[in-house]
Design a protein around this ligand. Structure first.
Ligand SMILES: [Mn+2]
Length: 232
């Protein structure tokens, strides 16, 4: 079976509860569409769990992108050679923007890790893909964190830049593909339509799965084989 969830935002307990609920086993595949870190307390703890599961496939969210960009810059030894040049204005701006977006919990947890754990987290984050195309049970799916900003039907998926894919949002009122489902996180479903508060949004060949767990909502998960929904 193939499952998809998104926007865990540090909610480790909800993540573990969902794995129990769907009874994830080694023959299953679980896609996590980004924003594992920030806001909630335990983003790093979730990453440390995910990276040891060969059947969990992570895609990049804007929060991993911010975390990775900043930590790459800050996770270096300051020496006599670089102390006055290492942190330029760009790095400080990136750090401030990450903190503004709830990065403090991730930053604090990262600091407490061993050198080996830090390196393995950085290596893991560097491998996150931007999107995935799948066919399951005769249905086609595109999985991406944010959306396909500046969408045009004849634009190739590889032509979207990283910001369009992870910061962009979908126009959920518009059907993008007549024959494919676009599965996204990033935009809490309550922001698409209040009636979908805490629920997976399915309309116009969109499947939006961020049910706002870190804002007191629920964690949603969808099984692509039969479009069954799960909540904790
Ligand atoms: Mn996001």
């Amino acid at each position: 079976m193939i499952y998809v969830m998104s926007d865990l935002h540090g909610c480790y307990n909800k993540y573990r509860q969902m794995l129990e609920k769907i009874k994830l086993n080694n023959d299953d595949l679980l896609y996590i569409l980004g924003d594992v870190v920030d806001r909630g307390d335990d983003g790093i703890k979730i990453l440390l769990d995910m990276m040891h599961r060969s059947n969990v496939v992570p895609l990049l969210g804007n929060h991993e992108y911010m975390a990775y960009s900043v930590l790459k810059k800050f996770n270096v030894e300051i020496t006599a050679n670089n102390y006055n040049t290492h942190l330029d204005e760009d790095a400080i701006e990136m750090y401030e923007s990450w903190m503004f977006n709830g990065g403090i919990t991730t930053s604090q947890q990262f600091t407490k890790l061993s050198k080996e754990q830090k390196d393995s987290i950085m290596e893991y984050l560097s491998e996150f893909e931007l999107f995935e195309e799948l066919e399951v049970n005769g249905r086609e799916f595109i999985l991406v964190h944010g959306g396909l900003e500046n969408f045009s039907p004849d634009r190739d998926l590889y032509d979207y830049d990283i910001h369009e894919l992870i910061w962009g949002r979908c126009d959920y009122a518009r059907e993008y593909f007549p024959d494919k489902y676009l599965v996204t996180g990033h935009t809490p479903t309550a922001n698409i339509d209040e009636n979908y508060k805490g629920k997976i949004y399915k309309a116009n060949n969109h499947i939006a799965i961020d049910c706002g767990v870190c804002f007191g909502g629920r964690l949603g998960c969808i099984r692509l084989d039969d479009l069954e929904e799960f909540y904790v």
